[in-house]
Ligand binder design. Sequence first.
Ligand code: F0G
Length: 436
Amino acid sequence: MPDSAADLFLPAGAASAQRCAACGAITSELSGDAECTACGGLFEIVHATPDAHGAALLALFGLRCGMKPGSEPSGVWRYKELVMPSAADPVSHPEGNTPLLGRASVRTFARSASLLLKHEGHNPTGSFKDRGMTVAVTQAKRIGARAVACASTGNTSASLAAYAAHAGIPALVFVPRGQIAIGKLAQSIAYGARTLLVDGDFDDCLRLAREASRELGVYLVNSINPWRVEGQKTILFEMLQQLGYDAPDWIALPAGNLGNTSAFGKALREAFALGLIAKMPRLLAVQAAGAAPFARSFAAHFATHEPVLADTLATAIKIGDPASWDRAVRAITETNGVVTSATDDEILEAKAVIDASGVGCEPASAASVAGVRQLRERGIIGEHERVVAVLTGHVLKDPGIIQRYHQETEPPPARANRPIEISATVAEVERVLSLP
Ligand code: F0G
């Protein structure tokens, strides 16, 4: 027998309450009691009868829904005219629709009072790569590619694996053996890509993937693929839309192979030319100090171009010979941008702050916030300038580094949150509660 409406809802006038499922006693919705004080039963929540009923209530829900007929659920394909106007049947998850977040603790750390975080880790496979991959795999499908391939530090491969599975196209991914985070490797395997653990670094993987695609006719979807860049532009279009097209003063992003830096440059150029924005934000590209050929070149006014042997704990951006160099130089130059580098310690500290704010990100992502903090300290970013930092990947991508930082590093870093082993007694719990 279904409950009657009188059992399901409170009389009009009340908001919500906690009702004991055993004896029916009503307790305030603001009570912190864990169980009924009258009989020890469990609570269930009951609400006031809604003012609107039936069709009127459905209409109200419909008004609030972002998935109305005719609306576009993908935060990439919403901007189709600037991405791939002729796409007829996109291979879409959907993707995008990522939040812009403000967190007081991160702002204090970065010394940037209005700092916002554009969290691309909220994409379907947990990184910004999905925005480019939906477009590249759509292209692969419409040209009838027999297979798709990429070299990767882990996120591109996870994304390609998922989108290729969706499209029903075999995927081949080349990753440096032992050098990519476990979450990313797990995704690529789980989504069914043929996962090749290459004896070499990312730069070797990219060389091999390029050769293999040339000789074997496999469609290459690294960020040198122009369609990937088109999709990644939508991080910027969506951010601008969220800000009412009132562009920030600075946009900070982590930089590895420089595909995203290039995409942001192209997006800003187009947004400005189309009159979507009235002023050009400055790009801040942040490399890891152990993989910073682009930052070094920037310091020499781009007069040099020297690859390095990459070494950083931020494995996503462990790249010594970035492929999209020239396009990225243009992006930085045209936006009066800055390139800098952050040490692994700076990146891990920024990550610990972002993580502890409840937002969380993978190590490479935190380079953007580390870079903002650095440029605020150096006085290059002004106190009142508006800054958006892009977080490129989800906190669960790299659980290994979290364990290492919080549990295994001796002595513990200042922000380490050591798990505490206890025996199963209330006295032990009380001891832990009263720790400073
Ligand atoms: N952040 C994350 C989380 C990344 O995975 C990457 C690149 C970047 C930043 C840098 O972007 O290469 O366009 O400058 N990851 C690539 C990959 C290389 O294979 O997943 P970029």
